[in-house]
Design a protein around this ligand. Structure first.
Ligand SMILES: Cc1cc2nc3c(=O)[nH]c(=O)nc-3n(C[C@H](O)[C@H](O)[C@H](O)COP(=O)(O)OP(=O)(O)OC[C@H]3O[C@@H](n4cnc5c(N)ncnc54)[C@H](O)[C@@H]3O)c2cc1C
Length: 578
């Protein structure tokens, strides 16, 4: 088995991973940085980000303090306020950093970077490159990384295990998808930036690869996951595919209307209307549908409402929302300037993730850091989004914590003393993982991972969606436990080593099962409604019992749950009104 040595290993080449690599690289040209991606780096999910990145560029009516307040209120007061202040403080310089490395921001008079409003914002503060922001940010990061001699990118390498020896992170075990070759990536420091886990759901905006692998690997090592019950449902998933229609459409003035043609948001968020936070708009849409005010798509039977862009200037659609038009034309042969778009809430973002401190360092259940390990981007939970993320705050989170973790990991690696790990212990762990892969490949079970994945997604769509009930969550728990048992009886059709996507897909299914279970067992005890976790039997937020973060972590073959307080610095929880 090949051992590849570097100073810093970064799992993931999305916006978070690349940002951390560039800042680690800058800290010292001497450090060797390896990046692993299960896809070609430029196919990382971040390329799909559309609407923009938040950050106050022009203080006046807006300020960093207002950005922080909006974020805390949007989070339903579950965000750690010190982390939110850090986000708001640093986000503007991140937008300027991306300007310097070549992102073609939309600009207005005098060349000023334009900013548009997103849900829950008091002022327009989202910078954007049309509605293809993620693509342009990734392009600039990738070009920049290619120009750095000390950054090596391993495309299409699938990590299956974090290597943790004697309480210290020393890298990861991965196989090359093209050849099946197994490799140990040994490093002094490791940054996990493997993205979110929205593919636990079937109706989702995210790419097929968004299977939360790093988060599941961390769970298997006993690392706590924080706030997993909070899954964001974006209000406007295109029906029936689930492809995202960006919130930027509402930011540019689109309306939501029901079957009667009414702008129903007036009944749910009178002042913000369509630009209320996503949890509120999603609940409003499902409530309208439940009241009988929805429409039905014939082929799929999906109930939905309509997103109306017909009143917008055609120039706005062509210049600021070209992808919305491209998508609806391609998918539905629908011109949004002539017909409204069918939409319903769709799984979109993982607010929870690997438990970290304010600097992105991974924390164990006893609150102590795991030496040499950071988790950033959608894989990590700092937590800045709390129970509900505001649109465009993810890209700023990826960049702010990418920079922080990259610099901190570089500092850690530069001051590292002694051997990374006892070679024998490392080989023992790697050999056990290799044996696990072999036994998976040779298993003669009767179930296919694809069937299990499909049934898992259907269960999550049914029972863990926008509104949840105790009965539904109990049913979901039982079903997922059953699927986990079935997974022990899988077979993998392809027994070869070259591009064995069956093997990769089996690992992804295993990770999805782990995380779906973590979502359910974190959600079940939370007997309140907060942000994206809305319980029918407990419709109100309950600060006296539930103003706390959930931690779920593996204990033996079972799991344990504990809670830690939310950090409140300036803003006392109050009722959210929009
Ligand atoms: C359609 C859409 C539009 C969005 N638009 C916006 C927006 O406009 N603004 C905003 O703020 N947010 C937006 N978001 C959210 C935002 O795009 C994501 O939260 C963010 O891009 C996540 O970046 P990341 O770097 O954490 O992970 P990702 O970009 O998901 O990258 C994950 C990386 O990890 C690698 N990886 C995963 N598992 C493994 C493994 N087992 N082995 C090796 N490598 C692995 C992948 O190959 C990939 O390189 C949007 C989300 C969606 C779905």
């Amino acid at each position: 088995m090949e051992i590849l040595d570097s100073d810093i290993l970064i799992l993931g080449t999305g916006i978070a991973g690349f940002t951390s690599a560039l800042h680690a690289s800058e800290a010292s040209g001497k450090l060797r940085i390896s990046m692993i991606s299960k896809l070609h780096a430029m196919r990382s999910h971040s390329v799909a980000a559309e609407g923009g990145i938040s950050g106050v560029l022009y203080p006046g009516t807006d300020s960093k303090e207002i950005h922080a307040y909006d974020t805390v209120k949007g989070s339903d007061y579950l965000a750690d306020q010190d982390a939110v202040e850090l986000l708001a403080e640093n986000a503007p310089s991140e937008i300027k950093f991306f300007d310097h490395i070549g992102v073609p921001w939309n600009r207005g008079d005098g060349g000023k970077i334009q900013q548009r409003p997103f849900g829950g914002m008091s002022s327009p503060r989202t910078a954007f490159a049309a509605d293809k922001t993620g693509f342009f940010m990734m392009r600039a990061l990738y070009d920049e990384a290619l120009s750095r001699e000390n950054i090596g990118i391993f495309h299409e390498h699938f990590a299956t295990k974090l290597l943790i020896i004697n309480g210290k992170s020393i890298g990861a075990f991965a196989f090359d998808i093209a050849t099946g070759e197994e490799k140990i990536f040994r490093a002094k420091a490791c940054i996990i930036a493997t993205g979110g886990a929205s593919r636990t759901f079937g109706f989702t905006t995210t790419s097929y690869s968004t299977t939360g692998d790093g988060t599941a690997m961390a769970y298997r090592e006993g690392i706590p996951l924080k706030n997993m019950e909070f899954v964001q449902f974006h209000p406007t998933g295109l029906v029936p595919s689930g492809i995202l229609i960006t919130e930027a459409a509402r930011g540019e003035g689109a309306y939501l209307i029901n079957a009667k043609g009414e702008r129903f948001m007036a009944d749910y968020a009178k002042s913000k209307m369509e630009l209320a936070p996503r949890d509120i708009v999603s609940r409003a849409i499902i409530t309208e549908i439940n009241k009988g005010n929805g429409l039905k798509e014939e082929d799929s039977g999906m109930e939905h409402v309509l997103l109306d862009l017909r009143h917008l200037d055609k120039n706005v659609i062509n210049v600021k929302l070209p992808m919305v038009k491209e998508l609806t034309m391609k998918m539905l042969d629908l011109d949004p300037s002539k017909e409204p778009i069918p939409v319903r809430p769709v799984a979109h973002f993982t607010m929870g993730g690997i438990h970290t401190d304010i600097n992105g360092r991974i924390l164990m259940a006893d609150g102590k850091p795991l030496a040499g390990a950071w988790a950033i981007g959608e894989a990590g939970c700092v937590s800045v989004h709390g129970a509900n993320r505001l649109g465009s705050n993810s890209l700023s989170q990826c960049s702010v914590w990418g920079r922080l973790a990259g610099k901190a990991a570089a500092d850690y690696a530069l001051h590292y003393n002694g051997n990374i790990a006892d070679e024998r212990s490392m080989m023992d762990v790697a050999s056990a993982e290799s044996a696990r892969i072999s036994s998976m490949l040779s298993s003669k079970g009767t179930k296919t991972p694809y069937d299990i994945r499909e049934r898992l997604c259907a269960e999550m769509d049914k029972n863990m969606y926008v509104f949840r009930t105790s009965e539904g969550m109990a049913a979901a728990e039982k079903a997922v436990l059953g699927l986990m048992r079935e997974f022990k009886d899988i077979y993998i059709e392809d027994k070869g080593s070259v591009y064995n996507t069956n093997l990769r897909d089996a690992f992804e299914t295993e990770n999805l099962l782990t995380l779906a279970y973590a979502i359910i067992v974190s959600a079940k005890p939370r007997l309140e409604s907060r942000g994206a976790h809305a319980m029918v039997e407990y419709p109100k937020r309950d600060d006296s019992n539930w103003l706390k973060h959930t931690l779920v972590y593996r204990q033996g073959e079972g799991y344990a749950i504990s809670y830690i307080p939310v950090k409140i610095t300036r803003w006392k929880p109050e009722e959210r009104r929009y």
